[in-house]
Structures are given as C-alpha cells and as structure tokens.
Write a protein that binds this ligand. Structure first.
Ligand SMILES: Nc1ncnc2c1ncn2[C@@H]1O[C@H](COP(=O)(O)OP(=O)(O)OP(=O)(O)O)[C@@H](O)[C@H]1O
Ligand SMILES: [Mg+2]
Length: 452
C-alpha cells in the first residue's frame, strides 16, 4: 500500500475515476462529495494526503487548505484546479496547499504529485518522532523508567509505533505489557481511533469466537442479536489481544486466517467483511515452548510476532525501582490524604534487593500497602510487606518451594558473585580466584551489574 488518499470532489463520475485509477496504482482511496464530510473524515480516519477539488458545493478548496493547514498541518493537500487558472493555483499554495494539479487530469502526473506528498507526510512523522525523542528521552507516554534497558525499550517503541506490522509484547506478569500496548497505540497514526482490548483467557471458546468474529442473529442458541465482532468494531484502530497464549487451539486457525487475509466472516454469516486493524498481542507465556509442545500454532506465532517487544523484568531495571516507588508514593499519598515524602535509605535498600517476581504491579501494591500503614513521613522497612522485608538477597534459593521465588541462571550468578565479593570484603582478586574466572571477566560482570 502506497498511502491513504482522501478525495473531496463533488462530481461522482470523477470520484469513481479517481478511485479506480489510484487503486490500480497502489493507493487506498476514500471519496467524499462535500467539503464538510471530507474535513470530518480527515480528522477521524487515517489519511496520508487530501486531494480536493477547488470548487465544491459547500466550501471551496482554499477553505479546505487553510482548515487542514491549521488543524492537521502534517497532512499535505493537493488541489485540483481548472486548466489555465494560474491565479487560483497560486492562491491555493498560499492557503497552505502542498501542490496543485490541473484538470482534465493526467493520472500519471497526479500520481507523481501524490507520491511526493506521501513522502513529505512520512518525513513529517519522522521529524516529529525525533523531536519528541529529544524532548522526552526518559519516558514513553506513561511508562516510567530511566535505566538503560528502559531507554532502549523507549527508543524501540518510538521506532515501531507507526508500523502497521503485528506486534507481540512478551514479559513477566506485571511488567507493563498492557501499559506498553496503550502507549504504542497512542503514538501510532491510529491514535484518533480507539484501542479495543480483549482478554483471550477470560472466556470460554465459543464466546471468544463470537466476540472476535461476530455472529448473525440466530447463529447459535444464545445469539439473540446480531453482533459485529471486535475485528470490525476496531476498524481503523488497534485491537489488543491480551493473554493471546490462552487462545484455544480450535480457534487458532480462524484467527490466523483473519490475520492473513484481513477478512472475517461472522458466525452464521454468508459474506466476508474486510477490516483495517493493527494487531497488538501480549502474553506472559513462553510461546516458543508452547509451539514446541503443540499448544500453539507455529504459523500463528510467526504472524503475531512480526515485531517483538520483550519487557525487561523490574529486577533488571536498577534504580528505576526507586523512581517508580517515588511516583507511586506521590500517587497513593495524595489519594489517601497523607503527606509522605519518600522512603528511608533502609527501605530503599530492601526494595533494591528484592527480586520482584510480580514486577511493577507488585511494587505498586507494596507501596500502596506501605503508604496506608506508615506513621512516618518516610516509609520505613517495617511498613513494607513481609516478603520484601525478610527477603534475603544473599540466599541462593535453590531450596525454595514457591516457584515465584526461584531465580534465573543469570540472577543466580549475579547473587553468587555479590555474595563472594561481600565475604571477601570486596577483594576482587580473591573473589576471582574463588570463582575461578579471570579478573577481567569479573570486572566486566560487575560493570554490567552496576549499569543495571
Ligand atoms: N514503566 C511503568 N511505569 C509506570 N507504571 C507502570 C510501568 N509498568 C507497569 N506499570 C503499572 O504496573 C501495573 C501493571 O502493568 P500492566 O497491567 O501493564 O502489566 P502486564 O504486563 O500487562 O501484567 P499481566 O501479565 O499481569 O497482564 C499497572 O498498574 C501499570 O500502570
Ligand atoms: Mg496484562
């Protein structure tokens, strides 16, 4: 697809000719016969270029130019004028038009102008992104974080938000997958439309099927009314498939087909309907293993995972833990009418030591709990949930019963190295000898932990 052209032209025949001609050249075209309708559509639907006639029954092309130049300066307008009326063409450019073409139209010349306009449009987007990135290097919408892993994530998010490709967000429970999906939508060109969310784990298979694909009245016993289905309802926007790993095996072929062909046929319906939706999916399941075990179709996995975002676990975000804690203290302290200003050093240490299996959600809950409990201006360790307060970072939890307490190889290595370093009084040479690694390796690893 080369771009979305919104045509405003009162002559129906001309509209048809443009629709067919530009479709054939790879554009998506929508046509409107009045200025009012056209302007409203430019506000509400994805548009790369507006192509407007200079003479319209309700508004003239110059008004269209200035309205778009004021409200949506990123959308270029190409004006169609009568042959020989140079003055009108100049007036259109002055009113903010990007280019003009003369009637009778030569479609090749028009296509050249539209190509240039689409390129201009894409460039505007890139410039805006870069400007935003310079302005807010350390956050992406509501996602808080300053650690290197989060900065890397923000930069990736700003690069991929605009893409139309399917996005799969993976990561541990509570790590911010849903918040990230929302942020991506808000930064995408579909932001004027809404993001529709469905939790694929929350309902039985048949209900999920009719939620997603819709049904005709009477398609099955409980189908009392016609239902459009979320793919069609989300048209023009984003559809967020949360916990996509839980989609029942029997629904997977249908979902795959919808994603591949961009059409759905409601249950009991005779015709297929097309939709224009960006798919964002999330899961905390290890989908690759689910594929290996035969619980998730491989082809569907690849279709969803065109772009992958892996949310870093909170324990790898270093001082972000304190940054987030600060935000949550402000939030809950205001909500509970308290005047808590921060946390004590000893509590900060506890928060930094803990392994956060429930990630940001667990931190948020812990702070809510502490704010409610504390009698001081600063949160003290006693205010923290027992699990955090009593957590012993130096213990390598090989014997843990609770699977949430078990840790990764990387984390085990980190803790063991820190343990040996502490026991040797910080002597790196001795530490390296005990660990039987060379000092360079030890330094590299320590540097890595410090950066986290
Ligand atoms: N980087 C962040 N900055 C601020 N708040 C965050 C951040 N990440 C997550 N949160 C908050 O933490 C909570 C959990 O986030 P979210 O629901 O997005 O996680 P999730 O990965 O979808 O969880 P689950 O796997 O349980 O579905 C929410 O209250 C969210 O607002
Ligand atoms: Mg979630």
């Amino acid at each position: 697809m080369k771009g979305k052209i919104l045509v405003i032209e009162d002559d129906m025949e001309m509209c048809n000719m443009l629709s067919v001609g530009l479709n054939r050249r790879g554009y998506t075209v929508s046509t409107f016969t009045s200025g009012q309708e056209g302007l409203a559509a430019a506000q509400s639907q994805l548009t790369d270029v507006v192509l407007a006639d200079i003479h319209l029954p309700d508004k003239n092309g110059l008004e269209i130019c200035s309205s778009i130049a004021t409200n949506q300066p990123d959308i270029p307008v190409v004006i169609m004028t009568a042959f020989g009326s140079m003055d009108t063409a100049i007036a259109a450019i002055r009113a903010g038009a990007y280019d003009f073409v003369t009637k009778p139209l030569d479609l090749d010349i028009l296509a050249l102008s539209l190509d240039r306009a689409v390129r201009f449009r894409n460039l505007q987007d890139t410039v805006k992104k870069l400007r935003d990135a310079v302005k807010h290097p350390q956050s992406f919408d509501n996602l808080v974080g300053e650690s290197p892993v989060m900065e890397e994530l923000f930069s990736k998010l700003s690069r991929i938000s605009d893409s139309e490709a399917s996005l799969l967000i993976t990561g541990e429970s509570g790590s911010g997958k849903e918040l990230t999906a929302k942020a991506v939508h808000i930064h995408s060109r579909r932001k004027q439309q809404s993001m529709t969310t469905i939790n694929c784990a929350a309902m039985p298979s048949q209900l999920l099927e009719s939620e997603l694909f819709g049904h005709e009245k009477g398609a099955f016993t409980d189908a009392k009314i016609h239902r459009k289905g979320l793919f069609l309802e989300a048209d023009g926007g984003t559809l967020f498939l949360d916990e996509v790993g839980e989609i029942p095996m029997e629904l997977q072929p249908k979902l795959l087909r919808a994603l591949e062909e961009r059409v759905v046929r409601p249950l009991g319906g005779a015709t297929e309907r097309t939709f224009d939706v960006r798919i964002v999916a999330a899961t905390n399941r290890d989908l690759e293993s689910a594929v290996e075990d035969g619980h998730f179709r491989e082809d569907l996995y690849y279709r969803l995972n065109v772009i992958n975002i892996e949310m870093p676990p909170l324990r790898s975000r270093g001082a972000d833990i304190l940054l987030l804690a600060g935000k949550f203290i402000q939030h809950f302290s205001a909500k509970q009418n308290k005047s808590i200003t921060g946390i004590s050093n000893a509590s900060a240490e506890k928060l930094l030591e803990y392994s956060w299996p429930g990630n940001v959600r667990e931190l948020r809950n812990a702070i809510e709990h502490a704010v409610a409990l504390t009698q001081f201006e600063k949160i003290v360790p006693d205010d923290l949930p027992e699990k955090i307060r009593l957590f012993r970072n130096n213990y390598i939890l090989l014997g843990a019963e609770d699977p949430m307490e078990l840790i990764s190889m990387e984390e085990m290595e980190r803790r063991y190295i820190m343990h040996v370093l502490k026991r040797t009084g910080g002597n790196r040479t001795l530490t390296a000898r005990i660990l039987q690694v060379n000092r360079k390796t030890l330094y590299r690893k320590l540097q890595l932990y410090e950066a986290q």
